[in-house]
Write a protein that binds this ligand. Structure first.
Ligand code: PAF
Length: 304
């Protein structure tokens, strides 16, 4: 089934004319459409999302539009990457608003399959990246990355994009996907989009909408502490523990904050470093009430 939705105006001459974005739910249909575009010579971009589209996603879509001719945005809340007791059921879903935002960002098509389309009853194949998934988020969310790499592989197989764009905010996810692409000789090029922040520095995330007013205010400590760490590294501190101690102190100064992890790791291997270098990544995961937020910064290096 192909759904069309009247969305953003292409021009306005008194009568409003609207451009339509295609929303496709079936694997065979999206495959067919993308194959046709490819055959016409179009370079294909994919931006995988779970919906609840915000300006962070918009920047990834715009990046894909700059680099390719035909951009598919997938919107699929992937059940296999949520653990028991996590927020799969209450994950924000707003398909109409998402469609409008994705359309105005310039994408050409939305792939939004049902769960039964992606994981039919007899489904039993999963992709696991071994080492990179053990630490950081993998410690408290042991099944998470297996779900991510499985669905991302399926999306790559379905859409067969030239490039796929992922955000730096999920730094471990990005490293895991890069490793999978490399290990499995996939041809897709992985492109990284920079973290987009609110004016007060909080990294945009679909989960920010769970925060109460007070938690939202306290959560700004994350970016403040990352900036402090970055300044310490820039001023010559090379001992990870010296920086980690300060970051811990600043974050625990907020009474709503409960640290899941604060670590300085190598940005590709995701393993702890003994000396700070330009490939060191400070990664944090902190609970504010019932909401777990992640953020990161590359110390002494390029953050995009
Ligand atoms: O980053 C996300 O939103 C998800 O993990 C992804 C990559 C869309 C896979 O479901």
């Amino acid at each position: 089934m192909i759904e069309f939705l009247a969305l953003s105006p292409v021009f306005d001459t008194g009568f409003k004319l609207y451009r339509m974005i295609e929303v496709i739910k079936e694997i065979e249909k999206i495959r067919h459409l993308v194959e046709k575009k490819r055959a016409e010579g179009a370079k294909i971009g994919l931006v995988p999302t779970m919906g609840a589209i915000h300006e962070g996603h918009v920047s990834l879509i715009k990046l894909a539009c700059e680099m390719t001719d035909y951009v598919v945005v997938s919107v699929f809340v992937n059940p296999t990457q949520f653990g028991p007791g996590e927020d799969f059921k209450k994950y924000p879903r707003n398909p109409e608003k998402d469609m409008r935002t994705i359309d105005s960002a310039g994408a050409h098509c939305i792939f939004s399959p049902e769960i039964s389309e992606m994981y039919p009853g007899e489904y039993s194949t999963y992709i696991t990246v071994e080492e990179l998934t053990k630490g950081l988020c993998g410690r408290s969310r042991p099944e998470h990355f297996r779900g991510v790499t499985t669905v991302v592989t399926k999306l790559f197989n379905i859409v067969d994009p030239h490039i796929a764009v992922f955000g730096q905010k999920d730094a471990q996810q990005l490293a895991v996907i890069r490793k999978m692409v490399d290990d499995l000789n996939m041809t897709v090029k992985i492109v990284t989009g920079s973290i987009v922040r609110a004016q007060d520095g909080l990294a945009l995330s679909s989960r920010n909408m769970y925060l109460s007013g007070e938690e939202r205010k306290q959560a700004t400590v994350l970016y403040r502490s990352l900036c402090m760490a970055s300044e310490m590294a820039a001023s010559g501190v090379t001992e990870p523990e010296e920086i980690l101690g300060k970051v811990r102190e600043v974050i625990t100064g907020q009474d709503a904050a409960k640290i899941d992890y604060i670590e300085i790791v190598d940005k590709d291997r995701m393993t702890p470093v003994t000396k700070i270098s330009d490939s060191s990544l400070l990664a944090v995961a902190v609970w504010f009430g019932k909401t777990r937020l992640i953020d990161n910064i590359i110390l002494n290096g390029k953050n995009g």
